[in-house]
Design a binder for this molecule. Structure first.
Ligand code: PMP
Length: 353
C-alpha cells in the first residue's frame, strides 16, 4: 500500500435517513416524465451488448449548441469529478505544483495528492463591509507561489463551493494573466449565477472550464460532466480517460435534457428565486450569518454549536452538511430545496436558533 494513499481519508457521503436531503447540492426536482419516457424509449432501441460511444459525439453536438463552442473544444466525462481527475492525471504529478485557494471543492486536493503532486493551499480572505461578507482570492498570497521552473496547475472554483459566490473578476484576471500553467475554472454552478469564462477561451488557451449535469440539469445520479477548452488541451483528455467513460444511458439522458433546455432554464430561475427568498428570511433570524450565494446552496455561520444545530435539523428530517477547513468552523452548508422544503427548513431554524 502506498503510504500517501494510506494517509487519505475516504470520501463517504452521509447515508442518514431523512425526509429532506440538502447535503450534496443536488437539485430537488426530477426531470419531467416526458423526457424520462423519451430517454427510456431510446434506451429500448439501443444495443446494450455493444460499448457506448467513447467520444460522446451526439452529446458533444448538443453541448456545442448550448455553449456556442466547437465540438472539438468539448470533452465529456463521468461527472465533473472525472474531468478534474483526468486533468490532474494529464497535468499534475510528482515534481509539479497544484495551487488551490481554500476552502474549495475537496476533490482538487484529493486527486492532486493521489497524483503525488505538491499541493499548495492558499486561504481565501473573508472580508466584511457594512454587514456584507465576501470570500475572495488572496492574489498576492497566491502569486507568491507562481514559478516558471516547474509545471503548475491551478484550480479556481467560480462560483466557489462551499463559500457560494464568485471571486472578484479583476482578481481572477490578475491571477490568470500572470500564470504560466493550466488554469482550471470550475463552473459546476454556472447556471445559477450566469458568469462564465467560456467566451474568453480564445484569449486564454491555458484555461479549462469544468461543468456538470449534476446541478441545474438534475441528473447527479447519471454522472455526466464536461470540459471546455482549447482543442489542443481537450485532445489530451483522450489519452488519460477511461476508454468508455460515459455509459450509453447517461449519454442519451444528457442529450435529451439538452433538447429540453427551456425546462432546465425555468427550473433554474425558480431555484434562484427560492434561494434569494430563503436568504432574506434567514437574514431576519438571530444567531446565523448567511454568506452571499450565486449557486444553488447557502453557507451559513452559526452562533450555537453547529453539531447541535445539525442534529436538531436531522431530528426534524433535514440533512445538511458540516464541512471542515479554513474558516469553516461552526458553518453549515445546505442546498436550496422546493418551496415547501425551504419553508420547513426555515421553520426548523426558527425553532432551533
Ligand atoms: N465541482 C464542484 C465545485 C462541485 O461542487 C461538484 C459536485 N458537488 C463537482 C465539481 C463534481 O460534480 P459531478 O462529479 O457530480 O459532476
Amino acid at each position: 500500500m502506498r503510504q500517501d494513499v494510506l494517509n487519505l481519508t475516504p470520501y463517504k457521503p452521509s447515508k442518514a435517513v431523512c425526509e429532506i436531503k440538502l447535503d450534496a447540492n443536488e437539485n430537488p426536482y426530477e426531470i419531467p416524465n416526458e423526457v424520462k419516457q423519451r430517454i427510456e424509449k431510446r434506451i429500448k432501441n439501443e444495443k446494450l451488448n455493444f460499448y457506448c460511444d467513447a467520444s460522446c459525439d451526439e452529446l458533444r453536438g448538443q453541448l456545442s449548441i448550448y455553449t456556442g463552442l466547437k465540438p472539438e473544444q468539448i470533452f465529456v466525462g463521468s461527472g465533473g469529478d472525472e474531468i478534474i481527475s483526468d486533468l490532474i492525471f494529464a497535468f499534475a504529478g510528482p515534481g509539479r505544483d497544484v495551487i488551490i485557494p481554500v476552502p474549495s471543492f475537496g476533490s482538487y486536493e484529493t486527486f492532486a495528492r493521489i497524483s503525488g503532486a505538491n499541493v499548495i493551499k492558499v486561504p481565501l480572505l473573508l472580508e466584511e463591509a457594512n454587514g456584507n461578507f465576501s470570500w475572495d482570492l488572496d492574489v498576492a498570497g497566491i502569486k507568491r507561489y507562481f514559478r516558471s521552473d516547474i509545471p503548475q496547475l491551478m484550480f479556481l472554483c467560480y462560483p466557489n463551493n462551499p463559500t457560494g459566490d464568485y471571486f472578484d473578476e479583476q482578481k481572477m484576471f490578475d491571477l490568470i494573466d500572470s500564470f504560466n500553467g493550466i488554469i482550471v475554472i470550475d463552473e459546476a454552478y454556472f447556471e445559477f449565477g450566469g458568469k462564465t469564462f467560456s467566451d474568453r477561451l480564445s484569449d486564454y488557451p491555458n484555461i479549462v472550464i469544468v461543468r456538470t449535469f449534476s446541478k441545474a440539469f438534475c441528473i447527479a445520479g447519471l454522472r455526466v460532466g464536461y470540459a471546455l477548452g482549447h482543442e489542443d488541451v481537450i485532445e489530451q483528455f483522450y489519452k488519460v480517460k477511461l476508454p468508455y467513460n460515459v455509459n450509453t444511458y447517461s449519454q442519451i439522458a444528457a442529450t435529451e435534457i439538452l433538447k429540453n433546455i427551456e425546462w432546465v432554464k425555468k427550473t433554474t430561475v425558480g431555484l434562484i428565486e427560492s434561494r434569494d427568498k430563503l436568504v432574506n428570511e434567514l437574514k431576519k433570524l438571530d444567531g446565523i450569518t448567511v454568506y452571499p450565494s450565486s449557486t444553488n446552496f447557502l453557507l451559513c455561520k452559526l452562533k450555537k454549536s453547529r453539531d447541535y444545530v445539525y442534529e436538531q435539523l436531522l431530528d426534524r428530517g433535514i440533512l445538511t452538511r458540516r464541512l471542515n477547513g479554513e474558516n469553516l468552523d461552526n458553518t453549515l452548508r445546505f442546498n436550496v430545496g422546493t418551496p415547501e422544503q425551504n419553508d420547513k427548513l426555515l421553520m426548523a431554524f426558527k425553532q432551533i436558533l
